[in-house]
Design a protein around this ligand. Structure first.
Ligand SMILES: Nc1ncnc2c1ncn2[C@@H]1O[C@H](COP(=O)(O)OP(=O)(O)OP(=O)(O)O)[C@@H](O)[C@H]1O
Ligand SMILES: [Mg+2]
Length: 444
C-alpha cells in the first residue's frame, strides 16, 4: 500500500472519530450543522417515493415527455420515439423545506384535493418507518396544510430536571416529547385524572406535585385509599389525610361545606370566584390528592351501596363546583372503567386534565383519553414497562403529548413535606376560612 493511501485512510479515520465525538458531546450543534442538512436534502429528494409508498399521492393528468412505439422497421424491430403526451402521473403533496427542531425536524405539506389531515395521521407510522425515525406526529393549523413533526429518537428515555415553577398552583412535573416543560397548572385545568397500571409512575407524579406545591401557600389534602401507605409520610405538609372510605366521606362533606361557605363569601363580595376576591378575603386554595380512586367506588356487598353513593356524589360536587372556589382534584387510579359505576363516568367528564401512564386494559386508556385522537390511545398502549413515568397527557391546550415525569423519590417528597411543614394550615384553620398569607392576584 502506498504512503498516500495510508495517509488518506488515517485522515478518514480521524474525520470519522471527530464527527463521532462531536455528535456524542454536543449533539445539538452536530444535528444543526451536519445531521439536519443531510436529512433535509434526503427527505426532499425521496419525498415522491415515500409519498407513493404511503399512499399519499393522487393521479393527475400531466403533459409528459415520454416514449411511444413508432414504426416497425423492415427488420421487425419496433422503433420508439419520444413525444409530449398527456398521461396520468402520480403527484405528491407539495412539501416545504424541512426545518430543524430540538429533537428532529418539522415540515409543512399542502394537502391534495380530497385529502384531510386524518389521511396523513393514519399513515404516520408508515412515514416513521420510511424515514427511519422514532415518531411522526401530524397536526393541522390551517385548512389545506398539514404539519408533520418528526422526532429522531425517543427524547423521553432520559429527562433532565427543569427549574421549578414560581407560579401559584403551577408545578413543572416533567418534560414533554417536544422538549417543553410539562406543567400541571391547577388554575388553568382544575381537575386531573392520573391513570396507569401498577408501577407505571402514578405515585411518582403525585410526589412531584407534593414537592412542587409544598413551598406554596396552598392546603394539601390526601385521600389515600391504600390504607395510608402512600401519603402518611407526607402528613407533616398535609392539612388532612383520610385513609379509609369512611374518613374520605367525612372529609368530602367538609369540602362541600367549605365550598358552600366560599360561595357565600363570593356572592356577598360580588365575585365569581375566589380569585376575584380582595386578597384579604381570599381563602387558601385546597389541592386534594386521591390515590386509588377505584376504592371509593368498589362495593363488597349491598350494605356499602349508600356509603359509595354519598361519597361519589360529594366528590362529583367538588369536581363540578370546586374550580371557582379554589378546590382542585388530582385523582390517581389503576383502573378508571365505567364498570365502577356512573359516578366515575360523571367525575371523568369534570376532569379536563388527563394523564394516562402505561395501562394493562385498553378500557382504562379509552376512559382516560377517550375523546381524544385515536392516535393518542395507540400511543398510550405502546408505552413500555421499561420507561415508568412516561404518559400521554392532555389538558392545557386541547392537544395531547407524550411526556415523562421527573423522577421524584419518596424520600425527596418526604423531605419537602417535613421542610415546609410549617406552611401547612391545620384543617380547622382551613375550615375557619383563614385567608392565605401570600395571595396571587391572577384570575383563575
Ligand atoms: N419518571 C420516572 N423516571 C424514572 N423512574 C420512575 C419514574 N416514575 C416512576 N419511576 C419508577 O417506577 C417505580 C414505580 O413508580 P410508582 O410507584 O410511581 O408507580 P405507581 O403507578 O404508583 O404504582 P402502584 O400502582 O403500584 O402504586 C418507582 O419505584 C420508580 O423507581
Ligand atoms: Mg402508587
Amino acid at each position: 500500500m502506498s504512503d498516500q493511501f495510508l495517509w488518506m485512510l488515517a485522515a478518514l479515520a480521524a474525520l470519522a472519530a471527530g464527527l463521532w465525538a462531536w455528535r456524542h458531546w454536543h449533539h445539538r450543534s452536530f444535528w444543526l450543522a451536519v445531521g439536519y442538512p443531510i436529512t433535509a436534502i434526503s427527505v426532499w429528494a425521496s419525498w415522491r417515493k415515500v409519498a407513493l409508498g404511503c399512499g399519499l399521492t393522487k393521479k393527475r393528468h400531466r403533459l409528459w415527455f415520454t416514449t411511444v412505439p413508432g414504426l416497425v422497421a423492415s427488420t421487425g424491430v419496433v422503433r420508439v420515439r419520444r413525444k409530449w403526451q398527456r398521461i396520468a402521473v402520480d403527484t405528491k403533496p407539495f412539501m416545504w423545506l424541512p426545518l430543524p427542531t430540538r429533537y428532529g425536524w418539522r415540515v409543512t405539506l399542502h394537502t391534495l384535493e380530497g385529502q384531510i389531515p386524518t389521511d396523513y395521521a393514519e399513515v404516520a407510522e408508515r412515514l416513521a418507518h420510511s424515514w427511519g425515525v422514532h415518531a411522526v406526529r401530524v397536526s393541522s393549523d390551517k385548512p389545506g396544510r398539514v404539519r408533520i413533526a418528526v422526532t429522531l429518537r425517543d427524547p423521553l428515555v432520559k429527562v433532565h430536571e427543569l427549574p421549578p415553577s414560581t407560579e401559584l398552583l403551577k408545578v413543572t412535573v416533567g418534560r414533554l416529547e417536544t422538549g417543553k416543560p410539562w406543567d400541571i397548572d391547577f388554575k388553568t385545568v382544575p381537575h386531573w385524572i392520573n391513570a396507569g397500571a401498577t408501577q407505571s409512575g402514578k405515585s411518582n407524579l403525585a410526589n412531584a406535585l407534593i414537592v412542587g406545591l409544598a413551598p406554596q401557600p396552598v392546603a394539601l389534602v390526601g385521600f389515600d385509599l391504600k390504607g395510608g401507605v402512600e401519603f402518611t409520610p407526607y402528613a407533616p405538609r398535609l392539612s388532612a389525610l383520610a385513609t379509609t372510605r369512611a374518613e374520605c366521606g367525612g372529609l368530602l362533606d367538609d369540602l362541600v361545606a367549605l365550598m358552600t361557605d366560599r360561595m357565600g363569601v363570593c356572592r356577598m363580595a360580588g365575585a365569581r370566584n375566589i380569585w376575584q376576591l380582595p386578597p384579604t378575603l381570599r381563602p387558601v386554595p385546597v389541592v386534594v390528592l386521591v390515590d386509588e380512586l377505584a376504592e371509593l367506588y368498589l362495593m363488597a356487598d349491598k350494605s356499602e351501596k349508600e356509603e359509595v353513593a354519598s361519597t361519589s356524589t360529594a366528590l362529583l360536587r367538588v369536581a363540578q363546583l370546586g374550580r371557582a372556589f379554589g378546590i382542585y382534584l388530582f385523582c390517581c387510579g389503576q383502573r378508571i372503567g365505567s364498570d365502577l359505576g356512573p359516578g366515575v363516568t360523571a367525575l371523568r367528564s369534570q376532569c379536563s386534565g388527563r394523564i394516562c401512564h402505561r395501562v394493562n386494559d385498553p378500557e382504562t386508556a379509552t376512559m382516560t383519553l377517550g375523546d381524544l385522537d385515536p392516535a393518542a390511545l395507540d400511543s398510550a398502549r405502546a408505552i413500555a414497562a421499561e420507561t415508568p413515568g412516561v404518559a400521554i397527557v392532555a389538558g392545557q391546550d386541547g392537544q395531547w403529548y407524550r411526556a415523562r415525569s421527573f423522577y421524584v423519590s419518596e424520600q425527596t417528597a418526604e423531605h419537602a413535606a417535613k421542610t415546609y411543614a410549617d406552611l401547612a394550615p391545620s384543617w380547622d384553620e382551613v375550615m375557619a376560612e383563614q385567608p392565605q398569607q401570600a395571595p396571587d392576584s391572577q384570575t383563575a
